[in-house]
Design a protein around this ligand. Structure first.
Ligand SMILES: Cc1cc2nc3c(=O)[nH]c(=O)nc-3n(C[C@H](O)[C@H](O)[C@H](O)COP(=O)(O)O)c2cc1C
Length: 135
């Protein structure tokens, strides 16, 4: 019950870049192995409350590669009440917060595993900012 609802509240996406030379697209198999030719892998995640960080670190333990946390220049408030007051306006205006996080060597990665909570049915503004920053 807990596990099912926990997993429904965030998304983890695996993106194989088009530069990957293999015909077989990468996929995460049960048990955590990556099938296909995953190449160099980056796990990138945003987490406000820690759930996505926990899952991202677990995936990192399973599949290896590099891992980076997306952090905003202006941190979100610590309390649930405050962040749920801010988030609807940001989602409505498609706000893209400035990020502290920058991956300089993105071109070197073949596979991205992207983790974000769901806020108001959307990707978080921080993750939208991150994804918009790369080709
Ligand atoms: C501002 C805000 C909006 C949220 N909106 C949703 C939502 O629309 N649907 C949902 O299932 N969970 C929603 N949640 C719950 C989070 O997605 C869930 O608690 C998630 O596990 C938090 O991940 P984190 O601990 O990595 O920040 C929301 C949480 C917050 C703080």
């Amino acid at each position: 019950m807990y596990k099912k609802s926990f997993l429904s509240l965030m998304v983890m996406l695996l993106l194989a870049t088009t530069s990957c030379s293999s015909e077989e697209p990468a996929a995460i198999e049960p048990g955590g192995t990556i099938s296909g030719d995953a190449g160099k892998t980056l796990i990138v995640y945003f987490s406000w409350g820690g759930n996505t960080r926990t899952v991202a670190n677990h995936i990192h333990d399973l599949v290896g590669g590099d891992i980076v946390e997306v952090e905003t220049v202006v941190p979100y408030p610590d309390t649930y009440e405050e962040v749920t007051q801010i988030a609807p306006g940001e989602l409505e205006s498609d706000y893209r917060p400035e990020l502290k996080t920058k991956v300089e060597n993105m071109d070197e990665y073949d596979t991205l595993i992207v983790g974000t909570p769901i806020w108001g049915g959307h990707l978080t503004p921080a993750m939208k900012s991150f994804l918009a920053g790369y080709d």
